[in-house]
Design a binder for this molecule. Structure first.
Ligand SMILES: [Zn+2]
Length: 223
């Protein structure tokens, strides 16, 4: 009986030790990750392979607690608008395209949301430094894209000097935020009111945005 208990204890210690050792060697700490990032970013840009390696090494835990956000409550004021049209001004040809400010379905609502926040998207994409990304707004301009009835905003990722171009549509402001944070070497995403979450949790989305294969389904695709 005594031998059996001793045997079980030794077995548990062995498994525990193995699991601890495995985690110890598998996960990079925040400091180790930052060192890897600095090494890759030393030449000012991030190669495709470096980005993939960084994605694979995002820390799963920090040596501190994540911030739960500042305790302030902002009141969102909604300004009533009398206008029935929102005018999109194309940055390429400077022509205006009118969009009705009334959405009758989800895709129209999404489109309006993009149009209303286009300046924020333009500002955010400039924060994505070190890799070659840009917004393609051209579908919103009826002069640049005649015949497009359901325009989308595209994020264009240019790898290997244009030999590998990845386009993704229906991006959100949060997409651009996590991308900017990731290429700046951050390991946490700062959301609204500075609520923090691990960037690792966003790695499937980051892979999708960057055009890398995603191993497991990361999103609910059921409609
Ligand atoms: Zn245009």
């Amino acid at each position: 009986m005594g031998n059996l208990v001793l045997g079980i204890i030794i077995l548990l210690l062995t498994i525990g030790g193995w699991a601890w050792g495995w985690n110890y060697f598998k996960d990079k700490s925040e400091a180790e990750y930052k060192r890897l990032y600095s090494q890759y970013k030393a030449d000012g840009k991030l190669e495709r392979s470096e980005i993939q390696d960084l994605l694979a090494n995002l820390p799963a835990a920090l040596d501190r607690d994540l911030s739960l956000g500042a305790l302030c409550y902002e009141t969102i004021s909604v300004t009533a608008t009398e206008r029935n049209y929102h005018y999109y001004v194309c940055p390429l040809c400077m022509m205006r395209t009118a969009y009705e400010t009334k959405a009758t379905n989800e895709s129209e609502a999404n489109r309006l949301n993009v149009l209303m926040n286009i300046n924020e998207y333009r500002r955010l994409v400039k924060q994505v430094k070190g890799i070659d990304v840009k917004l393609d707004e051209s579908q919103f301009c009826r002069h640049c894209s005649p015949g497009i009835s359901n325009p989308h905003l595209l994020l264009v990722v240019n790898w290997e000097n244009g030999s590998d171009i990845h386009k993704v549509e229906d991006i959100t402001a949060e997409d651009l935020e996590i991308l900017a944070e990731f290429v700046q070497g951050a390991v946490v995403h700062k959301g609204e009111r500075d609520v923090e979450s691990l960037l690792l949790d966003y790695s499937p989305r980051l892979k999708r945005l960057l055009g890398f294969p995603v191993e497991a389904p990361d999103e609910k695709t059921a409609r």
